[in-house]
Design a protein around this ligand. Structure first.
Ligand code: BES
Ligand code: MN
Ligand code: ZN
Length: 500
């Protein structure tokens, strides 16, 4: 199916086999002005009322208000009360509009609503574009006999209707940006959803190379190079796998002198079995997602190129499986990381922080203004914040504040957890410098402990860590996301980078 989005005048609306999506505010005067005459508008309002449609956030009402041909298919979408206006409601609404028309219509027309606060037509158009393109995402690559695959989708294009001619250029920019954001997110989803034995480090080397462009350089370090460099923590985690690790370094350079230089580090465990501390029950069932952080930074780098970002952005990602093979690293082992500090392994399932120790130490040497890592690091963050909120830990308040503000603009939920210095002694090793889990038994603040460990490898540089163990994956369906990988935090990172 060929889906295009364009800003066009409403006069092009034909009605026949088209769906028109109209957003309405709860408690405001009902209006389909310009689309329907006032008599039809009144009967539509009455019909919507009879069905209990109040334009609450997320409510929809589908109707065919025209009796004569061509039949007009009209979808009303509630935005909730104006005073509670949220751009997420618009994004989700656009996702619903897509789903309600993809198998029925050739063209979906979305009337861009007026927003109560001063939100640019660009931001509104961006949200609608993201909603449609994210709502459209499915992962059916490996289905041979799938309903969704067999059934031909009828929708050929989506047209955003902009009422004010002076807003058309802004809307076009919004569409372009929304397209880039959605492509980044869907790229992450594809990588997360891919089966683990089809995305081993070797495959990630290929995918990484594919990111190369006139402004993105990609350097891939092989196992032999990692040995020479002393990247022993990546090698340690890799020891139980029969597939060699890689470490990738991406560099995006803008045309002119860079505004800032930022490092993004992503955890790339292509499958986390737990290693010798093997995962039990169904804790292993979705551990193909353990490379979500690496996928996120790859997607962001590609988006930086498309967005013409004015800063220099580096990406770093270690890729390896965590497996319990006969050569596997063991509890009690001591490993020396790239920065010279030693790590005492107490649990082989706390492998993410171990590979990140090398990656962060390597990033530190690139003389960057800030380093941000993204990792599915701890089950504890799922207990603390659930699957809707990402954890943020940082050694720099200014950086944390900038990232939290970026997350609000992006419409993503992020909550900061403290890097409490009093807990640091819990990861002091008996034999090595730092233990990879708390040396205390019992219930521990696992996400903070993980953050405190990572802090030892950033050499006091401005650094922040996103724990996306809860948000990278979802088991429930929303208007803009199917079960599986979500693409969480990409939008926040892009908002942060664009505002530098
Ligand atoms: N990849 C997991 C964390 C995870 C858990 C991601 C659930 C997504 C969903 C990580 O490597 C891990 O196993 N962490 C352990 C740490 C523990 C051994 C200190 C955990 O959280 O159980
Ligand atoms: Mn693990
Ligand atoms: Zn893991």
């Amino acid at each position: 199916m060929n889906l295009t989005i364009d800003s066009l005048d409403r006069s092009r609306f034909k009605g026949e086999r088209d769906t028109l999506a109209l957003f309405l505010w709860e408690g405001e005067k009902f209006t389909a002005e310009g689309w329907l005459d006032s008599k039809k508008e009144d009967s539509l309002e009455a019909a919507a009322k009879r069905e209990g449609f109040k334009a609450k956030a997320g409510e929809t009402f589908l109707s065919y208000p025209e009796k004569e041909e061509p039949v007009m298919r009209l979808l009303l979408i509630g935005l909730g009360k104006k005073k509670d206006a949220k751009i997420e409601t618009l994004r989700d609404g656009a996702g619903k509009a897509y789903k309600a028309s993809s198998k029925q219509s050739e063209t979906l027309w979305i009337d861009l609503p007026q927003w109560p606060e001063k939100i640019s037509a660009e931001a509104l158009a961006q949200a609608v574009t993201e909603g449609v393109l994210l709502g459209r995402y499915r992962y059916v690559k490996h289905k041979t006999d799938d309903e969704q695959k067999k059934k031909e989708f009828t929708l050929k294009k989506t047209v955003l209707v902009v009422e004010r001619p002076e807003e058309i250029d802004a809307a076009k920019r919004g569409i372009k940006r929304g397209d880039i954001y959605a492509q980044a997110i869907n790229f992450i989803r594809d990588l997360i959803n891919e089966p683990p034995s089809l995305k081993r480090p070797r495959e990630f080397a290929k995918i990484s190379k594919g990111l190369e462009s006139s402004r993105i350089k990609v350097r891939i370090y092989s196992k032999q190079e990692l040995e020479r460099m002393g990247m022993r923590s990546i090698l340690g985690v890799n020891a139980g796998s029969v597939h060699d690790p890689i470490f990738t370094h991406f560099i995006y350079k803008p045309k002119g002198a860079p505004k800032k230089r930022i490092g993004l580090v992503g955890k790339g465990i292509t499958f986390d079995s737990g290693g010798l501390n093997i995962k039990t029950g169904n804790h292993m069932s979705n551990m193909k997602m353990d490379m979500a952080g690496a996928a996120t930074i790859m997607a962001c780098l590609r988006a930086c190129d498309a967005l013409d970002v004015a800063s220099e952005i580096h990406g770093f990602a270690p890729f390896t499986e965590n497996m319990p093979g006969e050569n596997a690293y063991k509890p009690g082992d001591v490993i020396q990381a790239y920065n010279g500090k030693t790590i005492e392994i107490l649990n082989t399932d706390a492998e993410g922080r171990v590979v990140l120790a090398d990656a962060l130490s390597f990033a530190v040497k690139q003389n960057l203004d800030a380093i941000i890592d993204v990792a599915t690091l701890t089950g504890a963050v799922v207990v603390a914040l659930g699957d809707q909120i990402s954890g943020l830990l940082s050694n720099n308040e200014r950086l944390a504040r900038d990232l939290l503000e970026a997350s609000k603009r992006a419409g993503e939920k992020v909550w900061q957890l403290p890097l409490l210095p009093e807990y640091k002694e819990r990861i002091k090793g008996k034999v090595g410098d730092w233990a990879n889990i708390s040396t205390r038994g019992g219930a521990e603040p696992g996400s903070i402990i993980g953050g405190l460990f990572l802090e030892e490898f950033v050499d006091s540089k401005p650094w922040a860590h996103f724990d996306i163990a809860g948000t990278a994956w979802t088991d429930s369906e929303t208007p803009t996301c199917v079960p599986g990988g979500t693409g969480a935090i990409a939008r926040t990172l892009l908002e942060y980078i664009l505002a530098l």
